[in-house]
Design a protein. Structure first.
Length: 244
């Protein structure tokens, strides 16, 4: 049996796909822990409402304590694992969705208590563009492992060892395809906490839209993605003006 973990702060204000995140773990996990981190926008009530749809979901309030360097995020992941009912877990961030292929690989790996390193597809401003390898976010991350394994640094990956499974099974990361005002709020608050200031281009996002990032923060090495997206994400993406 497998536990799933995630955490979230102000999912509504910051336009997270948290419902789809949790749903993507539901068929794999008989136990799902979501740390609700002092949200002020109705997220706690929204998550409690999901418990009737996902009876294995437990919502646990915990403090949101941003600090330089992003290490508070791995602290949250490690806190979440302490509530797990099983000896193996998969950890998905609140703006990520687990693919069916990744769920199948995880189920097999859990049988031998081996970790799994996945391919994280980091989408940039639209669902057809991927950020360059090792730019913005890591593209190969360990997210499934025995529950004693710790999350590292800023929660990109769990501890990893040579027995573990490396796979191209995808985790879909939609953190840069939010509504512009929500993306601006979230990015400004995270950068201010992380490094003490933020990119001034973010101040223009709300008024001028995502084109501001395309013009002022171009990632010239981006690649084209022509593969499928999880069907559960189709309505979410369409609401934000995208087609898949």
């Amino acid at each position: 049996m497998i536990s799933g973990t995630t955490y979230i702060h102000n999912a509504i204000e910051h336009d997270y796909c948290i419902e789809q995140c949790i749903a993507s773990m539901a068929d794999l996990c008989d136990d799902i822990v979501c740390l609700e981190c002092d949200s002020t926008d109705g997220t706690a009530d929204f998550l409690q409402g999901l418990c009737s749809r996902f009876p294995q979901l437990r919502v646990i309030n915990t403090p949101w304590l941003p600090a330089p360097g992003g290490t508070w995020l791995s602290d949250l992941s490690n806190a979440a694992k302490s509530y797990c009912l099983n000896k193996y877990r998969i950890h998905i961030q609140g703006d990520e969705v687990l693919s069916e292929e990744a769920a199948r690989v995880t189920r097999v790996a859990a049988g031998s208590m081996r970790g799994v390193k996945f391919r994280r597809l980091n989408f940039w401003l639209n669902p057809q563009t991927l950020t360059p390898e090792k730019r913005v976010c890591g593209a190969h991350v360990c997210r499934a492992a025995p529950v004693e394994r710790l999350s590292l640094a800023d929660d990109e990956s769990l501890e990893w060892n040579g027995r573990d499974v490396e796979t191209e099974a995808p985790i879909f990361h939609y953190g840069f395809i939010r509504k512009p005002a929500a993306l601006a709020k979230k990015a400004i608050r995270m950068q201010d906490a992380w490094i003490g200031n933020h990119d001034p281009v973010l101040d223009l996002l709300t008024e001028h839209g995502l084109g501001v990032l395309e013009r002022n923060s171009p990632l010239v090495e981006c690649s084209r993605y022509e593969g499928p997206h999880p069907e559960s994400m189709r309505p979410w993406l369409m609401e934000r003006g995208h087609t898949i």
